[in-house]
Write a protein that binds this ligand. Structure first.
Ligand SMILES: C[S@@+](CC[C@H](N)C(=O)[O-])C[C@H]1O[C@@H](n2cnc3c(N)ncnc32)[C@H](O)[C@@H]1O
Length: 256
């Protein structure tokens, strides 16, 4: 479609403002889209009107928390909820709970006898959201384990019955451990099951020039995320699909 000069100039100006290839580098945001307005459109047309009341309540509560940028975005929550229903997930795991938005999206999608093994080093944040999960009648699906995920995974691997037993695993915690998680999770997820690694586009840092105005923590984890992406790309045990939802999520479907 042809655009007039004014539109083209505006777009060019916007590119200049936002940096490399239009990506809003260094911007603390819950999305990677070039346009905030487009993201807002997605939220308003598709996500917020259909967001289950408990998820809305938890999102609003989390927005008041000082670390609220850690929360899974509402559009990603909707995506996870849909995905879990599509694959008929029943037995799931989550690494990195925070106040529980993705956990709640999962709990709402699972059947009444579904299970989520949820782990986080911080129980306090989980307990902020827990009353909302309880009020929604979903707490019985959740087993929360406080502590670093790696030893918990090692403990799970001591028991044969856990191998190939998970339909879905969502990983949204310490990025420097993702490859170590993958070594274990690939054994714990069932063949045909899915692992979702969150933040695999890591705010666009992998294509950013070295002077891009990112916070230190972004640069600190960039190489770990890139290593993970390279490893997943050549792992013959999985099929992958990298989606630019939220901060990027890579779905890995175990095929052997
Ligand atoms: C990005 S937040 C998770 C967001 C959450 N999925 C949501 O929907 O809001 C990352 C979480 O990982 C937790 N975490 C960090 N290191 C961890 C570790 N080694 N094991 C388990 N959890 C960890 C943090 O305490 C934090 O709550």
């Amino acid at each position: 479609m042809a655009t007039n000069g004014k539109e083209q100039r505006t777009r060019a100006e916007r590119h200049q403002e936002v940096g490399h290839k239009g990506l809003q580098l260094g911007k603390e945001s819950q999305h990677l889209l070039e346009s905030d307005a487009l993201y807002q459109y997605i939220l308003e047309i598709s996500v917020y009107p259909r967001e289950p009341e408990p998820m809305k309540e938890l999102r609003v509560l989390t927005a008041k928390h000082p670390r609220n940028l850690m929360a899974t975005s509402a559009d990603e929550g909707q995506f996870l909820n849909m995905l879990l229903k599509l694959i008929n997930a029943k037995n799931t795991m989550e690494i990195g709970v925070y106040t529980g938005y993705s956990l709640l999206a999962t709990a709402l999608a699972l059947p009444d006898d579904g299970k989520i093994l949820a782990m986080d080093i911080n129980r306090e944040n989980y307990e902020l959201g827990l009353p909302i999960i309880q009020k929604a009648g979903l707490a019985h699906k959740i087993e929360f384990r406080e502590g670093p995920a790696l030893p918990i995974l090692d403990e799970l691997m001591q028991d044969e019955k856990n191998y190939g037993s998970y339909d879905f695993i969502f990983v949204d915690a310490d990025k420097d451990s993702y490859l170590n998680y993958h070594k274990r999770l690939i054994e714990l997820v069932k063949v045909g099951g899915v692992i979702g690694y969150d933040n695999t586009l890591w705010k666009g840092s992998m294509v950013a020039p070295p002077d891009a105005p990112f916070e230190k923590y972004v640069w600190a984890y960039k190489d770990f995320v890139m290593e993970l992406n390279k490893a997943l790309a050549v792992d013959p045990r999985i099929e992958i699909c990298m989606l630019p939802i939220g901060d990027g999520i890579t779905l890995c479907r175990r095929i052997k």
